[in-house]
Design a protein around this ligand. Structure first.
Ligand code: FAD
Ligand code: SF4
Ligand code: SF4
Length: 431
């Protein structure tokens, strides 16, 4: 394996909205920054969303310009498809160890023409579209991905050679190997984000076996302008659902899952999705089963009240379990918390507000930082300096510290960048 040695003022780990914002803020101040992102494109979870609460702005219209700003910034260098595995110190420097995964496409040669993708004969599930539709074994990850460079998934490729044959730049390289990389910097910003618990985790909710039970991120894709079908259809038969239910806390505030905390974002995104659905499917019945609605942010209570006024039904209930009904319907079994009555109701489509957990839940090999009681990265003094994760020079922002909305993520990113720039300026003065 090759090794590279790269020096920056700051290294930002994670190219979601937190990492992009922190890098742009530092880059604008003249610091040399590297963003290291493990996926083939930057953008994180936000680029997968439809619209965002509470303003209902288009998510991709906000995220894409930020992605482009970071990618074209003269002080920012992007390292995509590169996963950070280690963090250590050497003197007063941070050393970040990462592995550049093989794309099997030469990044310097690829021009993003998609000829390989068009000609590849192998169809595989597309995770960027909630696995509802297929993509090719070699592809550009999604239409507004940055960088526009193809990557080949060896899990599916049958090595037929077609992509290499049609590539006008001779960029396909089946022999690429992982490359170990070592970065050096004065500060590090952790922005590694979150993921949702899996559909399979929740035995009572069908464990992923009920076809018309989907995740909240899958619903985001169904509602997105460049979604899989450009319409909201239920997976089992492609029909427009007439009755859609949202089940809150389907993985949060739940001892059986080991996730006792509130994931904070789910009440609001389910209300948002129900509102968007009332526009997309005006005749559909929309029900949100919840223990209580947590509308904590500025304008959020009004957003919730608007949803009630629009006719979205809020049922106070902890859903016990889901079963398969007739004609692919899903039966929701719950106890109404206001009457104590045990009730069953049928819906065409059910959306689970799964729990938010850290994307990186194992900090072994990451010197100087640790996980808190909830497995998210521990902020050592949240009331005084929420960005500080360990000794001066290592900061955090966004959902890697705990689940939160975009407004809080962006403010934390600005704070982490500010703390980092003060630290860098002091270091310069000391020299
Ligand atoms: C269904 C759903 C709907 C939502 N809707 C809204 C909404 O309407 N409004 C709102 O305010 N919020 C919403 N949110 C919340 C919003 O998605 C988050 O606030 C935001 O995406 C957090 O950004 P982040 O950068 O902290 O994390 P992420 O977006 O998770 O980005 C983290 C990045 O770090 C990368 N990474 C992780 N580990 C490594 C590693 N070891 N090396 C390199 N890279 C790494 C990941 O690949 C990822 O790209 C929603 C969330 C969900 C699940
Ligand atoms: S070699 Fe693999 S990726 Fe390329 S066209 Fe054939 S199946 Fe697709
Ligand atoms: S690998 Fe070749 S064919 Fe595929 S997008 Fe890049 S330049 Fe085009």
């Amino acid at each position: 394996m090759n090794s590279e040695n790269l020096k920056f003022d700051a290294i930002v780990i994670g190219g979601g909205i937190a990492g992009l914002q922190a890098a742009i803020d530092l880059g604008d101040q003249g610091y040399k920054v590297a963003i290291i992102e493990k996926n083939p494109s930057i953008g994180g979870n936000m680029i997968r969303l439809s619209k965002v609460f509470p303003t209902l702005d288009c998510a991709s219209c906000i995220t894409t310009p930020k992605m482009a700003q970071a990618a074209h910034h003269k002080n920012i260098t992007l390292y995509t498809y590169t996963e950070v595995k280690k963090l250590s110190t050497k003197g007063n420097k941070y050393i970040v160890g990462a592995v550049k995964k093989p794309r099997f496409v030469d990044e310097d040669k690829c021009i993003g023409c998609r000829q390989c993708e068009i000609n590849c004969p192998v169809l595989v599930p597309d995770p960027e579209q909630g696995n509802f539709v297929a993509k090719k074994a070699i592809s550009i990850p999604f239409s507004n991905a940055i960088p526009q460079i193809a990557y080949l998934d060896t899990q599916w490729c049958m090595l037929c050679g077609k992509c290499a044959k049609v590539c006008p730049k001779d960029a396909v390289d089946y022999f690429q190997k992982p490359v170990n990389m070592e970065f050096e910097s004065d500060v590090v910003i952790m922005a590694t984000g979150f993921k949702l618990t899996s559909l399979e985790d929740k035995r009572q909710y069908g464990q992923g076996k009920l076809k018309n039970v989907i995740t909240s991120l899958q619903m985001e894709r169904l509602l997105a302008p460049h979604g899989p079908y450009n319409r909201v259809l239920r997976p089992s038969d492609g029909k427009e659902p007439e009755s859609i239910a949202f089940i809150q806390c389907a993985g949060s505030r739940d001892k059986s899952m080991g996730i006792e905390y509130c994931s904070r974002i789910c009440c609001m995104y389910s209300i948002k999705q129900a509102m968007l659905l009332s526009g997309a499917l005006p005749l559909a019945d929309l029900t949100i089963y919840n223990m209580d609605i947590r509308a904590f942010g500025k304008g959020y209570e009004q957003f919730y009240q608007n949803a009630i006024a629009m006719g979205i039904e809020f049922v106070r209930a902890k859903v016990a379990y889901l079963t398969q009904g007739e004609e692919d319907k899903v039966i929701v079994h719950f106890e109404d918390q206001t009457t104590g009555e045990k009730i069953q109701r049928e819906h065409d489509l059910v959306v689970l507000a799964l729990g938010a957990v850290p994307e990186m839940d194992n900090l072994e090999g990451f010197q100087g930082i640790s996980c808190g009681y909830d497995n998210f990265i521990h902020s050592i003094n949240p009331n005084i300096d929420p960005a500080l994760l360990g000794k001066q020079g290592i900061y955090g922002a966004g959902c890697c510290i705990g689940p939160k909305d975009i407004v809080d993520t962006i403010s934390e990113a600005g704070n982490a960048a500010m703390q980092a720039s003060i630290f860098l300026a002091r270091k310069k003065e000391e020299k």
